[in-house]
Design a protein around this ligand. Structure first.
Ligand SMILES: Cc1cc2nc3c(=O)[nH]c(=O)nc-3n(C[C@H](O)[C@H](O)[C@H](O)COP(=O)(O)OP(=O)(O)OC[C@H]3O[C@@H](n4cnc5c(N)ncnc54)[C@H](O)[C@@H]3O)c2cc1C
Ligand code: FES
Ligand code: FES
Length: 1370
């Protein structure tokens, strides 16, 4: 280490070595970084610069929307490193001296797309487009950093940190598959043909002379640099793949030459940013500022400062300190510097695993296995080993392994004294480690393993990929021969996620030592282990029974695995049974394959063609503008909300004095400031814009602060102090029923036949009663809610751009709260980054909130919600409770259904009644039931108001139905599909609300699906598999659906459009629908193009605006292409009729000529079109009518595999078939099906909302715990079914909608319940192993916790009985 320099010496070293100019290259352009920006992230900097292609989806490293590539010269290897990172977590100055490439830097619509962009656009891989730049950049970085093309598995693994809520990922996988290598053999020898003496350019990866030293005539050595011509924009479209790599942005030559030097810069709030480049300098800074916070990847510190409001005044960025970056392979083990990134660790571990004897690297392989399931690539590329250790998270994935593997931590104090601490002694308490404030971690020493020493990692998370652990473990057993038997000579069993820090099971270890490795040892250990690790009932994180059983399950797996390793060795205790082996196999994802099967029925120039989304090229290049990308007008302000922290309370006092003196503060507004009405609501006006006296949920808006920046507005809002008097709160449906807490006038009833009589008669051989809880779901649109509001003409008119599905509602709310006529308020929506119902009504109050300061201060105001706030306050899919009584014959024929359903409306009615009504309409799914009584009520709870979400209650109603169908089958010991088929509705069936079934395609779809999926054969094979595998089980299910198309409120089934034909033959269409990724504009443009018989490229749809088409219904209910397509067609037909006299007189060669001629003849080339859906209507008084124009039918088959010991599952296959008539655009429709199915899969199997309620006492009352991608898991790319086949029914035109098409947005969502019921089928097989054959309850989502706890066995028995079902917030 050497002695420390004196302070004076150090100060002068510091001064001399410090850079005088901090720089950054962005997309090849040099930029000087000014001082004072240490508080900014790279993302904020890029977006402030106008590079808005990089999106803010979450701000916590969990969605990948902010992915950019950084390139830098690695000082030790002298190679250029290219890495994908999350710009939202990277401090701006952490990338000083690097080259940042954003999506704008690799291709553009004007100058040509990069092949990655082109492939994604052409493969329909972009719907709303908000996630798209992130995917492009992850793929780009992968290609630039790979020496040889990546495999398909590499690609999927690299994209695990990128979330998409629209596409279902399959088209993204297909788009990128073209870049994968298919034949490994081609790459085993150097295929480049380079001689070893040739220099490879660090920036392009191609042979080049750029890095070579050249001597000039005077003997001065300089480095030759690549020609800057290369930077010229090119079109990639027509060039082959080999050529494009030479057109990439090069690594800036200046950065090749630049020495790494120390840096000191500052930021707001007195923030100091140090970047030392030597260990001595680090220690010196630590001496000077003992509380200075070291930072490497900032993936932990960034979360603490941004989401938890921690303040660290001095940050020391130690990523570039060579002594902390060492990776030394020594004779005794591996030295891993504290600043080594996890991706570098992976590389070196792979190397040693390849090079060393296999037994020596058991620990290395365990770490590698664990890192596979550790965060996304972007995080692994910057997160450090030391950062993970020193954070000491109780669920750190690596710490249990360091402890189990006997690693040692080398620690230095500020004077350079080094001590060694065994990993197992380092962790002391919750986030507390054996590290004094004057100490830092230098490196980790990981010893090689000895022969017969076995190390294994375990992790169980909600989602297999990119998720933090629920419980994890590192286990080691060292076996030695004694008396011709194997005894345990050493062992270490360490768990994470079961205590405030990673802990060793010391008693278990003691028990193991010296014992023979056999069944007796195993059973004895279980008994000790159960008492060794104690988890209290109310332990934070909940899931206590699950976590306890995982402790035992992991140990069982470890025992089996070690035993299997010993199989075949002398004196081993017989082999592990073959039926046990599948549970110890490491999981790896095979590639995903999919088939899309549809016929193209083209009508005219465009209708029926599988055209790509019209904005796809703008989206893949990052040029597509979303609300938050719109430049802030001069004098603009940012808004932040003051939110209730109590679920039900009286506001006693509000103290805003401190907030008013906060930096950048411009105004604060409460209920008393609202110039118009403070009461709003989409149907019933029952909510306050700003709570005035009483708050009724956590997250209710009490006021708004505006300031010069978003950060300043948030700071000021946090300083508002509110005093409450707490009142009793209702936090679940059960509590609402118990306390009679319902929204007024929401009781509904539908009747058919006589249920009571049927139950009393002798017809019903069986009557069953039960309850179904249906979990809610967060929309998780990738683009958070955003509105920009400004006033014009002296403040008398208000305009806004909003991310909404319902511009009219925004217009209406804003007019109402400002007391203005609607004619003076305009709302525009260019495009929305996903809505799914979440931006139908709940976005409107946000626009209204922003309108108050905008109007009163006469300044533009932007409100963009942070992800956690968005999730916390804007409502979700309703949870439901269904109480059923069903009577049926011994054959399985359903005779009567008596159902009570309740949905959790939250604290205002919003759309909850309409959601309940649709659930009631869909409570029969596709089944003929002669006697029906369905009663429904909307519960008032002290939770944020729940709202529309794809399916709008339909899926909840159908899920309840399929639950009792499945139960009937278990009661009768018949297959569920037999019960289903026997009860199908047919043409002529009259439903419980009076509508008659016509043109049903259900039976055709069902038969085709059974054949195409080879259902019976797969079922047989699953049975065979299950008899041969004790701990891994498979299950199958096949589920039908029928979805009613139309808004159930009749008046909403109307649509307007405005069509202009210009003299150059181009057509501008405006209609009332909003483009949110579903391809509505593309389909509507196809209708216009076919109508005028012109190419699709001649039609343009710019935006949706309330001053072009008035009074538009929200874009919802799947019917938008039906109704807006029809309205546009109406307008086109009017114009065509006016053109006809001219057209018939001449032979025009083009539409442009015709349009010009009409113009000369003073023909009006603009028309307003209108459509209202005929023949629908429903009378709730009579409970009868025709609420739906028609039904969309579908069916799905799924096969899953579960690991019964830990609750993991994956979908081996999903086949979906839908009847979409003659689709307007089959490719877009396939995209909708895949997206809906994967979103539905999230609802049934992954996504769990956890509220602070009676079931989750460890969460503060009424608060949402799962309020970000870190804790709320939507499906990732690796959750897509491994085989994913989509078919559209052929030859089935729909007589009831435009061009014989059918609506698609919502119907496929429910079909993902096939996965749920397949999981249940697999659990049934597991329960059969322990003799349980009765029906059992499984709530959605079927998370690992629910799957595991339903698979009752000896490892769950100590904690639960066979009817246990885990807690769910409903
Ligand atoms: C999206 C996301 C996913 C994640 N997934 C996982 C996961 O699957 N498993 C898991 O275990 N973790 C996970 N994490 C947590 C985190 O990424 C890791 O803990 C990471 O390794 C932290 O490294 P860092 O360099 O970013 O730490 P930083 O945030 O830079 O630092 C973390 C802490 O370590 C201290 N520190 C750093 N270096 C030293 C040193 N040399 N001496 C003393 N103190 C030091 C810092 O002062 C700070 O207190 C995830 C985080 C995010 C944001
Ligand atoms: S915005 Fe950065 S990962 Fe989500
Ligand atoms: S296209 Fe991926 S989130 Fe919308």
């Amino acid at each position: 280490m050497g002695s420390m320099l004196s302070e004076k010496q150090m100060e002068s070293v510091e001064e001399q070595s410090e850079l005088k100019e901090a720089i950054l290259y962005v997309n090849g352009v040099r930029r000087v970084l000014p001082d004072g920006l240490a508080h900014l992230t790279l993302l904020e900097y890029l977006r402030d610069m106008g590079l808005t292609g990089t999106k803010l989806g979450c701000g916590e490293g969990g969605c990948g929307a902010c992915t950019v590539m950084i390139s830098y010269l690695d000082q030790s290897s002298k190679k250029c490193v290219h890495l994908a990172i999350n710009a939202c977590l990277a401090p701006l100055y952490s990338v000083e001296g690097m080259h940042v490439i954003t999506v704008e830097g690799i291709g553009s619509c004007r100058y040509g797309l990069h092949p990655i962009q082109e492939s994604l656009a052409n493969s329909h891989g972009s719907q709303c487009g908000f996630c798209t730049p992130g995917f492009v950049m992850s793929m780009y970085a992968l290609l630039r950093s790979s020496k040889k093309p990546p495999t398909e598995e590499d690609i999927k693994e690299n994209l695990a940190g990128n979330l998409c809520r629209c596409t279902g990922y399959r088209p993204i996988i297909d788009a990128f598959r073209v870049f994968a290598r298919t034949d490994d053999a081609l790459y085993t020898i150097r295929s480049s043909g380079l001689s070893s003496s040739e220099f490879v350019c660090p920036s392009t990866g191609k042979p080049c002379s750029c890095g070579q030293n050249i001597k000039d005539d005077e003997g001065t050595t300089t480095r030759r640099i690549c020609n800057s011509d290369i930077l010229k924009p090119v079109s990639y479209s027509d060039i082959d793949g080999a050529a494009y790599t030479s057109k990439e942005l090069i690594f800036p030559p200046e950065l090749l030459l630049r020495k790494s030097a120390a840096l000191f810069l500052t930021g707001s709030n007195g923030l100091k940013w140090h970047r030392p480049v030597s260990l001595q300098h680090v220690l010196y800074i630590k001496t000077k500022y003992p509380n200075a916070k070291l930072v490497v990847g900032n993936t932990e510190v960034g979360i603490e400062t941004r989401l938890k409001s921690f303040h660290y005044p001095v940050l020391v960025h130690v990523a570039h300190v060579p002594e902390l970056n060492k990776l030394n392979i020594k004779d005794e083990g591996l030295e891993i510097g504290a600043s080594v990134k996890l991706s570098e660790l992976i590389n070196v571990l792979k190397l040693v695993v390849d090079q060393r004897a296999s037994f020596q690297t058991s620990s290395c392989r365990a770490i590698l296995e664990q890192l596979k399931w550790f965060a996304g690539t972007q995080i692994k590329n910057i997160a450090s080993v030391g950062g993970n250790i020193c954070t000491a998270s109780p669920i750190s994935d690596l710490n249990p392994l360091w402890m189990a593997a006997g690693a040692q931590f080398h620690i230095s104090d500020c004077r350079g004294n080094i001590r060694i601490c065994a990993a197992e002694n380092f962790f002391m308490d919750y986030r507390k480690v054996d590290l004094a404030s004057n100490e830092i971690l230098l490196f980790v020493f990981l010893p090689w393993n000895s022969r017969y020493e076995f190390v294994k990692a375990f992790k169980q998370a909600h989602r297999r990929d990119d998720d933090i652990a629920i419980v994890n473990a590192g286990m080691r057993a060292c076996l030695a021969e004694k008396d011709q038997k194997w005894i345990v000579s050493d062992a270490s069993i360490v768990y994470g996620g079961v205590a405030p820090y990673s802990i060793s099971a010391n008693e278990t270890k003691k028990f193991l030592l010296g014992k023979y490795w056999n069944q007796e040892l195993f059973h004895g250990s279980l008994e000790v282990l159960e008492k060794d690790i104690i988890l209290k009932d109310e332990a934070p994180g909940g899931m206590v029974e699950f976590r306890k059983s995982l402790i035992l399950s992991f140990f069982f797996k470890f025992f089996l695995w070690v035993s299997h390793q010993m199989d075949g060795l002398p004196w081993s205790n017989g082999t592990v049974p073959a039926s046990y082996l599948s549970t110890i196999k490491s999981f790896h994802y095979p590639s995903t394959i999919g088939r899309q099967d549809y016929e193209i029925v083209k009508r005219g120039t465009a209708v029926g063609a599988p055209e790509v989304h019209l904005s796809s090229t703008l989206q893949v290049t990052g040029e597509a503008e979303y609300t938050d990308d719109v430049p802030m007008p001069p004098n603009g302000l940012h808004a932040a909300l003051i939110l209730s922290k109590k679920p039900h309370a009286r506001i006693l006092a509000i103290d805003d004095i401190v907030a008013k003196s906060s930096p950048g503060f411009a105004g604060i507004f409460f209920a008393k400031h609202v110039p118009g009405s403070n009461m709003v609501g989409p149907v019933v006006i029952d909510e306050e814009l700003f709570a005035s006296d009483v708050v009724t949920c956590v997250g209710q808006v009490i006021g708004v602060v505006v300031a010069d920046t978003h950060e300043n507005a948030k700071h000021a809002a946090r300083k508002v102090h509110i005093q409450y008097e707490e009142l009793p709160a209702v936090l679940s449906i059960e509590e609402a029923i118990a306390s009679n807490s319902f929204h007024p006038e929401t009781e509904r009833c539908l009747r058919k036949g006589d249920v009571d009589l049927c139950f009393l008669s002798s017809q019903c051989d069986n009557i069953i009663e039960g309850e179904v809880q249906v979990g809610g779901q967060e929309h998780f649109y990738l683009e958070p809610n955003s509105s920009l509001v400004w006033t014009i003409d002296g403040g008398n008119e208000v305009h806004m751009i909003s991310s909404t599905q319902a511009p009219k509602k925004h217009q209406q709310y804003v007019a109402r709260v400002l007391g203005l006529p609607m004619s003076k308020v305009v709302c525009k929506a260019k495009r929305v980054g996903g809505g799914f119902g979440g931006k139908e009504t709940r976005s409107a109050f946000l626009a209204a909130v922003a309108a108050i300061p905008s109007y009163l201060l006469n300044r533009p105001v932007k409100i963009t919600l942070d992800r956690d706030i968005d999730m916390m306050i804007t409502g979700q899919r309703h949870s439901f409770l269904g109480k059923y009584k069903v009577g049926f014959t011994k054959d399985g024929k359903i005779l009567a259904l008596d159902l009570k359903i309740f949905n959790n409306g939250g604290n205002s009615l919003d759309l909850s009644l309409a959601v309940l009504e649709r659930a009631m309409f869909h409570s029969d799914n596709v089944y003929e039931i002669p006697n029906v009584r369905i009663k429904g009520m909307v519960c008032f709870t002290n939770l944020p108001s729940n709202t529309a979400f794809r399916g709008f209650g339909g899926p909840q109603g159908m899920l309840i139905a399929e639950n009792w169908i499945q139960r009937i089958s278990m009661e009768l010991k018949k297959s569920p599909e037999e019960i289903r088929e026997m009860n199908f509705q047919r043409d002529g069936s009259v439903l419980h609300y009076g509508q008659k079934i016509e043109n049903s395609t259900l039976e055709r779809l069902w038969k085709e699906l059974k054949i195409s999926s080879d259902f019976l054969a797969v079922k047989k094979e699953v049975e065979r598999f299950n008899t041969h595998n004790r701990w891994v089980k498979r299950g199958v299910a096949i589920i039908p659906t029928k979805f009613g198309i139309s808004f159930t409120a009749k008046f909403m089934n109307q649509a307007g459009a405005l069509v202009h034909v210009y003299t150059d033959g181009t057509v501008l269409v405006t209609h009332g629908g909003v483009e949110m990724g579903q391809g509505l504009h593309t389909k509507v443009a196809q209708v216009a193009a076919s109508s005028f018989n012109i190419p699709l490229s001649s039609v343009f749809i710019s935006e949706t605006s309330t001053d072009k088409v008035p009074n538009a219904s929200p874009t919802a209910a799947s019917a938008s292409s039906d109704i807006y397509g029809a309205a546009v067609l109406d307008a086109c037909e009017q114009i065509k009729a006016r053109m006809e006299p001219i057209a018939s007189k001449h032979n025009f060669v083009s539409f442009a000529e015709l349009a010009s001629a009409c113009y000369m003849e003073r023909i009006d080339l603009s028309a307003h079109g209108f459509y209202r859906t005929p023949d629908i209507g429903f009378d709730w008084g009579a409970g009868k009518g025709t609420p739906f124009k028609y039904f969309t039918y579908g069916a799905a088959f799924a096969e899953v595999e579960i690991d019964t010991l830990v609750g993991d599952f994956h979908t081996r296959q999903a086949d979906v078939i839908l009847d979409l008539g003659f689709p307007l655009n089959p490719a877009i429709d396939v995209g909708q099906i895949e997206g809906a199915f994967v979103q539905g899969l999230g609802w049934v199997a992954l996504e769990e909302l956890k509220w602070g309620d009676a079931a989750h006492k460890w969460i503060p009352a009424g608060c949402l715990y799962t309020c970000g991608p870190g804790s709320y898991k939507i499906p990732s790319i690796n959750d897509v079914p491994l085989k994913f086949n989509i078919s559209l029914l052929k030859g089935a035109p729909n007589p009831k909608a435009i061009h014989s098409s059918k609506a698609v947005g919502e119907p496929p969502f429910f079909l993902a319940s096939a996965v749920f019921f397949a999981i249940k089928d697999a659990i049934r097989a597991a329960r059969a192993e322990v003799g349980l054959s009765d029906w059992f309850c499984l709530d959605n989502p079927a998370t690992p916790e629910r799957i595991r706890m339903a698979c009752v066995d000896e490892f769950t028995k100590p904690f639960i009985d066979s009817i246990f079902h885990p807690k769910l917030s409903v």
